[in-house]
Design a protein around this ligand. Structure first.
Ligand code: PBG
Length: 351
């Protein structure tokens, strides 16, 4: 048979590749931007972003946090402006964390239950001015204790049941202030069930619980502790209540337990080093699953970017996409503003 003049004889290499790949060349679909977009499996949208931020006392205060360049603490009036910006960008929810002053801290963290503490004042102010924005609040005791632990410290032990009682009081105060979602990050046993019962008994049946079910004893929280002022306070570590970074089955059992007790959603924290946990929880329980790209993750990308060692924006967007690929329904990230702005500008990982 004679060959058409336009047909070229494949080189020996081409023939060898076609034989071993059986003609399957995966690069075909990666050739152009439109084609990459067309076959893209996961997508990042503004709806996936939740903004954590920090509160401080006073008025018109914005205090930069040294270990987190680009992130500040805001007084309540300024926090309202942040909330307006988040709503304008289409970010669904925010997660404020307070830096309370030393004079309101105590060994048992009871200021968490004060209706006029920073978090409760911020909830009321933001709900009044920006009602369309979701507010997610933590009920751990660490911003309120003199020792920086998430629970009550007695004779060197974080006592579980008393801590859980105080956490319930904090959660109720936040519900009364108007929070939308209670997200306890303390890891005390049984606190989800107690919070659910207390919410239900007080007319808050419709407030969901987002459990920080799988929170690991991680080194990546350092800059956050600087931000809320617990860095110098913290005595010892949190290994007796957070999960060991070496464990997976234990994380599944924690999540299962919290769901049984009434959690509506799960959180994995930190994020990027724990993508396997996200994937496993999502594929096991099929409930809304979130990740917290924590302060240390943020600061690492920021520092390398500032040094010119990586492209910060590209690394930020790639890390957020990784959460989607792992199965996340949303990501708490200090990059929420920047990422939302990039998405609005038409950013696309395939372009
Ligand atoms: C404690 C809490 C932590 C973070 C938020 N709340 C961990 C800790 O300090 O042990 C970390 C958030 C971050 O690193 O961005 N309840």
């Amino acid at each position: 048979m004679t060959k058409p003049a336009s047909m070229k004889t494949p080189s020996a290499t081409t023939q060898a590749i076609d034989e071993t790949t059986q003609g399957r060349r995966l690069r075909r679909m990666r050739k152009t931007g439109w084609s990459r977009r067309m076959v893209q499996e996961n997508h990042l949208s503004v709806d996936d972003l939740i903004l954590p931020f920090f509160l401080t006392g006073g008025e018109k205060v914005e205090e930069p946090i040294e270990a987190m360049p680009g992130v500040s603490r805001y007084s309540v009036d300024m926090a309202v402006r942040m909330a307006e910006k988040a709503a304008k960008l289409g970010i669904p929810a925010i997660a404020p964390f307070p830096r309370e002053s030393a004079d309101v801290k105590s060994d048992d963290g009871s200021y968490i239950a004060d209706p006029d503490n920073l978090i409760n004042r911020a909830i009321r102010a933001i709900k009044k001015e920006v009602p369309e924005l979701g507010i997610i609040t933590d009920a751990a005791l660490d911003p309120f204790t003199t020792h920086g632990h998430d629970g009550i410290l007695r004779d060197g032990i974080i006592v579980n049941d008393e801590s859980a009682e105080m956490i319930v009081r904090g959660a109720l105060a936040q519900a009364e202030a108007g929070t939308d979602i209670i997200a306890p990050s303390d890891m005390m046993d049984g606190r989800i069930g107690l919070i659910r019962d207390a919410l239900d008994a007080n007319g808050f049946q419709d407030i969901p619980i987002l459990s920080y079910a799988t929170k690991f004893a991680s080194a990546f929280y350092g800059p956050y502790r600087d931000a809320i002022g617990t860095l110098g306070l913290l005595k010892g570590d949190k290994k007796t209540y957070y999960i060991s970074p070496a464990n997976t089955d234990e994380a599944v059992r924690e999540a299962e337990q919290d769901l049984m007790e009434g959690a509506d959603m799960l959180m994995v924290k930190p994020g990027l080093p724990y993508l396997d946990i996200i994937h496993r929880l999502k594929s096991t329980f099929h409930v809304p699953t979130f990740a917290y790209q924590v302060s240390g993750e943020y600061s690492m990308i920021k520092a390398a970017g500032r040094n010119g060692w990586i492209n910060e924006e590209a690394a930020m967007m790639e890390s957020l996409m990784a959460f989607k690929r792992a199965g996340c329904d949303g990501i708490l990230t200090y990059y929420a503003f920047e990422a939302a702005e990039k998405i609005h500008q038409g950013w696309h990982i395939g372009k």
